[in-house]
Write a protein that binds this ligand. Structure first.
Ligand code: NAP
Ligand code: ZN
Length: 333
């Protein structure tokens, strides 16, 4: 039996919950969970914001642990090895996207907390391609958030071809946003942080932001017009998207990874005249995730975390709901 914490209804409290995972699939890996980060997507799913939550619902997709069992066909990992797992749990490994190293774009990819039980548990299972080895010199306590939040903001640097010479912006300094500032700074970019929380200014600058813009001040937003090459949005709210498109230079790109509740709307002419674009992406491939882990170790980048025991998961969720984490909450199992 796997011992987990589950909600039995939309927005419900998480309670101890046990389930029988059945036989381990021949390509599956069972992870003995040590730590699991809490991503805002766990909260979206708890609240059934995306209409795909199945209850009882066990959240958790920023897993760090050790391999406790291996399916008979898994040759890439060893029992006892430390691994991490993020949003995805299975890809088909046969389609053109999987075969070209884009398993995160596989149309049959499955989410670890979508129709299956996640990492707020003593054990969790994923297919071998999504159990990713953690470098020996990485701190396991703070590594979990890299497996969803970290890779989600690192992947756009590669797929959007962000250059170290560019001036970039990050909107929303939360779990994802604070990691984005650190990655982009280490990449070589000049980073502007956009935040609706002015009290985060000093910390955003300590993370590596050169400029801080209070995004609720229209004059402050207007003052950065035509200055940035790339802006990454990590926010959970609807924004005045035109104001950020206005902050881009010609050929600039607004890239969205945060999930706002409503369809994104933008005026066409500023996009058209400046040859600007809007794009979005989900996490990253297993190889890009490994590259991101190595990049983090090389540059000494660790997520800034607060650790809660798994038994206090409801207090932790409440803190996330109130926008209070500084900057990522991690459960110790
Ligand atoms: P988080 O820690 O709660 O951070 C979200 C940030 O958004 C907050 O810190 C805040 O930053 C900003 N924000 C919140 N309410 C706002 C408002 N009313 N107006 C303006 N800004 C507001 O969440 P997270 O874990 O980083 O996740 C962020 C989003 O990314 C979520 O929607 C999550 O589902 C999504 N996500 C997507 C992917 C993907 O595959 N694309 C992967 C992981 C997560 P400031 O206080 O600095 O303004
Ligand atoms: Zn996530």
């Amino acid at each position: 039996m796997i011992r987990a914490y589950a909600a039995t209804e939309k927005s419900g409290k998480l309670e101890p919950f046990e389930y029988d995972p059945g036989l381990l699939g021949e390509e599956e890996v069972e992870i003995q969970v040590e730590y699991c980060g809490i991503c805002h997507s766990d909260l979206h799913m708890l609240d059934n914001d995306w209409g795909m939550t199945q209850y009882p619902f066990v959240p958790g997709h920023e897993v760090v642990g050790t391999v406790s069992a291996l399916g008979s066909r898994v040759t890439t990992l060893k029992v006892g090895q430390r691994v991490g797992a993020g949003w995805f749990s299975h890809s088909c490994m046969t389609c053109e996207w999987c075969m070209s190293g884009n398993q995160n774009l596989c149309p049959k990819a499955e989410g670890i907390i979508v129709g299956r039980h996640g990492g707020f548990a003593d054990k969790v299972r994923v297919n071998y391609e999504w159990a990713i080895a953690i470098p020996d010199d990485m701190n396991p306590v703070s590594a979990g958030p890299l497996f969803c939040g970290g890779i989600t903001v690192f992947n756009p640097i590669l797929v959007c071809g962000v250059k170290p010479t560019e001036k970039v912006g990050v909107i929303g300094i939360g779990g994802l946003g604070h990691m984005a500032i650190r990655f982009l700074k280490a990449w070589g970019c000049e980073v502007t942080a956009f935040s609706h929380s002015p009290e985060k200014e000093a910390e955003a600058k300590a993370m590596g932001a050169t400029h801080f813009v209070n995004s609720v001040d229209p004059e402050a937003l207007a003052s950065v017009a035509n200055s940035l090459d790339f802006i990454l949005s990590t926010v959970t709210a609807d924004l005045n998207w035109d104001a950020y498109i206005n902050a881009l230079r010609p050929k600039g790109r607004l890239h969205v990874v945060g999930v706002a509740p409503n369809p994104l709307s933008a005026s066409l002419f500023p996009l058209l005249l400046g040859q600007k674009s809007i794009s979005a992406s989900p996490l990253g491939s297993p190889v890009t995730t490994s590259d991101m882990l190595n990049f983090s170790v090389r540059h000494g980048l660790e997520p800034i975390i607060e650790v809660y025991p798994l038994e206090q998961v409801n207090e932790a969720f409440e803190k996330l709901r109130n926008g209070k984490p500084r900057y990522r909450l991690v459960l110790k199992v």
